[in-house]
Design a protein around this ligand. Structure first.
Ligand SMILES: Nc1ncnc2c1ncn2[C@@H]1O[C@H](COP(=O)(O)OP(=O)(O)OP(=O)(O)O)[C@@H](O)[C@H]1O
Length: 679
């Protein structure tokens, strides 16, 4: 059941372990591996830790100083309390021995009692402050990094964003967690040192040279299991279920899920599934599927467990020995204090070990966060403002595309998305791009909007390469209505108004734009009208225990109830935002990429008509599959096929040429003709 296997031929970066139904691949991490022992101390990236500290300090120096003071107090508090306890016990013991009320030890007893109580009061106060301060400070640091991440994410272009997402998902709480963890480690280490000093002091007042032996005996039960026992959680690993019977059993079990209900019930598969499940279970026999963490720590014999139990008693056994050999040097005070100290010492030491093992893992997400914040955009910004000094004063952009080729980053396709395409669009032209699915229409729009940079070739906008302009200026001069439309989790009014952020609060304009896109009718019917939030970002949770409470469940449903709209209505709302954007006089270029797939024919006709009318001299490109009135109005039709431009011209030119465009047009015309015959 348990065996380890190392690849002898080629050094592998993993150690493979097979346990029960599992295969575990454990990464061999850098760090100080103590030979023959299971204690691998990972290195900490000190520069990241330093940066985290300096960022947390910069967010609030007073809170940082308070945190330092509290931690210093917490570190001193344990040994100090133990010290006052020892004093208290010392005076109690002597008063009992004196047996009179007027003992000379009375004053000392009062002082020691007062000091012990003061210590406890201060500790309670420090804990109370610490809890409140941590909540406030933690939130401030988290909000700071959330904001930096938001800014960085918003500025990031699409290809960089996709790549960043693949690297890791940054945790804005990581920085504070890491700093707090480092504080804990420093606090425990200081406390540990002071406790050792106390033990030395207490013991040297009684048994000579007993201090180091006693400390060693306290630490043995902590160090031995640490070094001998195998623990999986402290390692980096992959766990994979490899037992075929277990894998089949799990798959068959899943077939009871709602997702498969229709097929399972429709196909009368229940009996077959239960029989197969039983077979898989029988074949599995006694092979355990217990947590691999549990299996990994299992020892083959009972000896280590028995030895460890005895180790825990070592300090007590040592006292028994001392009591036999040097009974005169020991007092009850010594025994009581050392018993208490040994418990605290063990606790502090195990905290140090745990914290130092875990610190590198706390620093790693901080490193990832800083890396994500520092990622530079792949689409490089230009320096020329747009419009430039020599940009013509016309209302529309002129665009020249020369020998453009493009492959999507990471694409596995053997064909380029675009291959050597060229065309020219004059200022103010209405252009329609047509072509079959996957012919590259949307890709052209993405390159003209600088969502991506071409692999080769040039795009010239108003006499200059598109890459030479400032991206923010180009975006300000462009309006896009895309096919993969999204509504924001804010009110409908804001959703529309954000087309032109400077006028987001102008409700008259918002309603006007909603009317233009045909959205006003259904928005009016909502209880809250334009204030309705369609996709609220609700952070509501039901507790584990609440799962059984019907009232809570009903309330949750009420809270989470969403107002939804149809696909077509959604498209109308997004189109309203574009109309709002068209109000801006800065807009010189409009792209409309199939925004009407869910619209009814009348809705589509109206949308295209109104967009055309809102053009007012701007250059406008439509991507569409529908060969309606739009292509007839077009100044230029670009017909694409398999990533190339096969034809360009006006509707009558292209029909006359009887090529790809005429073919696509006739297919649609025939379908409509057939439909009307059937009808
Ligand atoms: N993000 C992407 N990553 C990799 N390949 C992509 C990506 N987006 C599109 N492609 C590929 O690029 C080619 C052109 O796609 P594009 O979306 O431009 O076609 P289209 O003409 O707009 O198609 P449709 O009419 O279906 O919208 C296709 O082969 C497509 O599979």
């Amino acid at each position: 059941m348990y065996w380890k296997h190392r690849n002898a031929k080629k050094p592998s970066p993993f150690t493979e372990v097979k346990l029960g139904v599992w295969r575990i691949l454990i990464a061999q991490e850098p760090g100080l591996a103590l030979p023959g022992l299971n204690w691998n101390i990972l290195p900490v990236n000190a520069s990241v830790l330093r940066r985290a500290f300096s960022d947390v300090y910069a967010i609030s120096a007073p809170l940082f100083c308070c945190l330092v003071l509290i931690n210093v107090w917490m570190a001193i508090e344990t040994p100090l309390s133990l010290y006052f306890s020892s004093q208290l016990l010392f005076y109690i013991e002597h008063r009992i021995a004196d047996g009179t009320a007027s003992s000379s030890h009375t004053t000392g007893l009062y002082w020691a009692t007062a000091a012990r109580i003061a210590c406890s009061i201060l500790t309670g106060l420090a804990r109370w402050i610490d809890q409140r301060l941590t909540i406030i400070y933690e939130a401030r640091v988290k909000y700071h990094f959330q904001e930096r991440l938001l800014e960085a994410n918003l500025k990031r272009d699409l290809p960089t964003s996709q790549e960043a997402k693949a690297i890791s998902s940054p945790n804005p709480s990581a920085v504070f967690d890491c700093v707090q963890h480092a504080f804990e480690l420093a606090k425990s280490s200081l406390s540990f040192g002071l406790q050792l000093k106390l033990i030395h002091q207490v013991l040297s007042s009684g048994v000579k040279n007993a201090g180091p032996v006693f400390v060693a005996l306290c630490l043995v039960p902590l160090l031995v299991p640490k070094m001998l026992q195998s623990r999986l959680w402290s390692k980096s690993y992959i766990i994979q279920a490899i037992n075929p019977h277990y894998v089949r059993k799990t798959a068959l079990n899943k077939l009871a899920d709602d997702d498969y209900k229709q097929e399972v019930m429709g196909g009368d598969l229940s009996e077959y599934i239960v029989k197969e499940y039983r077979d898989a279970r029988n074949s599995l026999g006694n092979t355990p599927d217990t947590s691999p963490h549990q299996l990994y720590g299992l020892s083959k014999t009972a000896l280590p467990a028995m030895g460890l139990s005895v180790c825990t008693d070592l300090p007590l056994i040592y006292f028994a020995g001392l009591a036999i050999i040097r009974p005169a040097q020991l007092s009850l005070m010594h025994i009581a204090v050392l018993e208490q100290t040994s418990v605290m010492l063990r606790h502090t030491f195990s905290t140090i070990v745990w914290m130092s093992e875990f610190l590198p893992r706390q620093v790693a997400p901080v490193e990832a966060l800083y890396r994500i914040l520092a990622i530079e955009n792949q689409v490089k910004d230009g320096e020329t403002p747009y419009p430039a000094e020599d940009t013509p004063s016309e209302a529309g952009m002129s665009i020249d595309v020369r020998n453009l080729s493009f492959t999507y980053p990471g694409s596995k396709s053997t064909r380029d998305a675009l291959t050597d395409i060229s065309f020219s669009i004059k200022s103010g032209q209405l252009v329609v791009i047509v072509g079959a699915n996957g012919s590259g229409k949307s890709t052209v729009i993405k390159l003209l909007n600088r969502t991506y940079d071409p692999t080769s070739g040039d795009i010239i906008v108003d006499k200059h390469p598109i890459s030479s302009y400032r991206i923010a200026d180009l975006r300000r001069a462009t309006a896009n209505l895309a096919q993969d439309h999204h509504l924001f989790p804010v009110s409908i009014a804001e959703n529309i108004g954000l087309g032109h952020p400077a006028m987001v609060g102008d409700s008259e304009r918002v309603v006007e734009c909603a009317k233009l896109a045909g959205a006003h009718g259904f928005v009016e019917k909502f209880e809250e009208g334009y204030k309705t939030v369609l996709e609220p970002d609700s952070d509501t949770h039901l507790s584990f225990g609440g799962e059984d409470n019907e009232d809570l469940k009903k309330e949750l449903k009420k809270i989470e109830r969403k107002i939804d709209v149809s696909g077509g209505e959604r498209q109308r709302l997004v189109a309203s935002r574009t109309f709002m954007r068209l109000i801006s006089k800065d807009i010189k270029f409009v792209t409309v990429d199939e925004p009407s797939s869910a619209l009814d024919p009348q809705g589509e006709y109206d949308l295209f008509e109104r967009l055309r009318q809102a053009r007012q001299g701007r250059t406008m490109i439509f991507v569409t599959h529908r060969f309606g009135h739009l292509t007839k109005y077009a100044d230029l039709i670009i017909c694409m096929k398999d990533g190339t431009v096969v034809e360009t011209g006006t509707h009558s030119d292209l029909i006359g040429r009887n090529g790809e465009y005429a073919h696509l047009y006739n297919v649609q015309a025939k379908a409509f003709a057939a439909e009307s015959i059937v009808n």
